[in-house]
Design a protein around this ligand. Structure first.
Ligand code: R5P
Length: 311
C-alpha cells in the first residue's frame, strides 16, 4: 500500500500515514512559469494499491487539477489500484440544475476523476448521499457523526441537548446525530436562500426554549447559515448554541464572522487545512479525522468492511 499526498492538506495526509505506520510516498508537485502543474512520483508504484489524499477545497480548481494529474501519473506508472481520498469533495453543492441552462458540476467533476483513472473514491460527509451515484466506480462515504457525537457527549453530555438542522435539507443528518445522542429532540430552521452566499432564517420549527442547541451541518462556507441560525435560536430562548460541521470551508471573512457571532463555539474537522484566520479564531475548534480515514483505508486495502466502522 502507498499513500501519496497533493498539496491541499499535507498535515492530514501525514497524520493518516502516521496512523497506518507508513511513510508518505515521495512525490513532488511543481509549477511551470504559466502555472501549469507538473507532478513526479519519485518511487516505484508498479503493482501497488495507492491512496491519493487530496481534498478539493480552495483553491478548488488548482487542487482538483492537481488530483487529476496525480492520478494520471500513477496510472501511467502502472499502479494496480488508485483510490482518490477526497475528504472534502468540492463542487458537491452543484449536484442538480438550480435553473435552466445551468450545469451539474458535481457530476462533471465525478466524470473527470473517473476518466483520469481513479478506481475508487473515499470521501467524508458528501453534501448529498446520492453524489455516490455520480461515480461509476465504488465510492465510500464516511460519516463525521461518530467523532462528533463522542465529542458532544464528553463536553456537553450533562446539558438539555437539542439537535438543530440549519435547513430542511439537513434533517436526515441531524436525526442521525440525535440518535447517537440518546435520541435527543430535534428542531429545524426554515432557511431561505435567494442567492449563493446569502441566507435568511424565516422560522424555527420546534420549541428550543431553555435548550442547549447543537447545530449540525456538512459545510460552513460564509458562516451565514450557522451565525443567523444561532441568533434566531437565542432569540427563541436557547440557553446556548454550539455548531458542529464537517467541512470548514470558511471563505473570506467567515472566521471573523464566527468569532463575532452568538455561537459558543464552532467545531469542524480537519478535512480542510485551516487558514491562519481559522486557526487563530478563539471559538473554532478542530476534530481530527486521520484515525477514521486511516482505518477506512486499511480496511479497503484488506478488502474488509468499511460500513462496520459505523455500527
Ligand atoms: C447547504 O446546503 C450546506 O449544507 C450549508 O448549509 C451551506 O453550504 C453553508 O453555507 P454558508 O456558510 O455560506 O451559509
Amino acid at each position: 500500500m502507498k499513500i501519496v499526498s497533493g498539496n491541499s492538506n499535507l498535515p492530514l495526509a501525514r497524520a493518516i500515514a502516521g496512523y497506518l505506520e507508513l511513510p508518505l510516498t515521495n512525490a513532488s508537485v511543481r509549477r511551470f512559469a504559466d502555472d501549469e502543474i507538473f507532478i513526479e512520483i519519485h518511487e516505484n508504484v508498479r503493482g501497488e494499491d495507492v491512496f491519493v489524499v487530496q481534498p478539493t477545497n480552495h483553491p478548488a480548481n488548482d487542487n482538483l487539477m492537481e488530483l487529476l494529474i496525480m492520478i494520471d501519473a500513477l496510472k501511467r506508472a502502472s499502479a494496480k489500484r488508485i483510490t482518490a481520498v477526497i475528504p472534502y469533495f468540492g463542487y458537491a453543492r452543484q449536484d442538480r440544475k438550480p435553473g435552466p441552462r445551468t450545469p451539474i458540476s458535481a457530476k462533471l467533476v465525478a466524470n473527470l476523476i473517473t476518466e483520469a483513472g481513479a478506481d475508487r473514491v473515499l470521501s467524508v460527509d458528501l453534501h448529498a448521499g446520492q453524489i455516490q451515484g455520480f461515480f461509476d466506480i465504488p465510492t465510500d462515504n464516511l460519516y463525521g457523526a461518530p467523532v462528533m457525537s463522542a465529542d458532544i457527549l464528553s463536553r456537553y453530555g450533562s446539558q438539555e441537548l437539542m439537535v438543530i438542522s440549519p435547513d430542511v435539507g439537513g434533517v436526515v443528518r441531524a436525526r442521525a446525530l440525535a440518535k447517537r445522542l440518546d435520541n435527543a429532540p430535534l428542531a429545524i430552521v426554515d432557511k431561505r436562500r435567494e442567492k449563493a452566499g446569502e441566507s435568511e432564517v424565516m422560522n424555527i420549527i420546534g420549541d428550543v426554549d431553555g435548550r442547549f442547541c447543537i447545530l449540525i451541518d456538512d459545510i460552513v462556507d460564509s458562516g451565514g447559515t450557522l451565525c443567523n441560525a444561532a441568533d434566531a435560536l437565542r432569540a427563541q430562548g436557547a440557553s446556548d448554541v454550539v455548531a458542529y460541521c464537517t467541512h470548514g470551508v470558511l471563505s473570506g471573512s467567515a472566521a471573523e464572522r464566527v468569532a463575532n457571532s452568538s455561537l459558543k463555539e464552532l467545531v469542524i474537522t480537519d478535512s480542510i487545512k485551516p487558514t491562519e484566520a481559522v486557526a487563530a479564531a478563539h471559538n473554532i475548534r478542530h476534530l481530527p479525522m486521520a484515525s477514521l480515514l486511516g482505518e477506512a483505508i486499511r480496511r479497503i486495502a484488506d478488502e474488509s468492511s468499511v460500513s462496520s466502522l459505523f455500527d
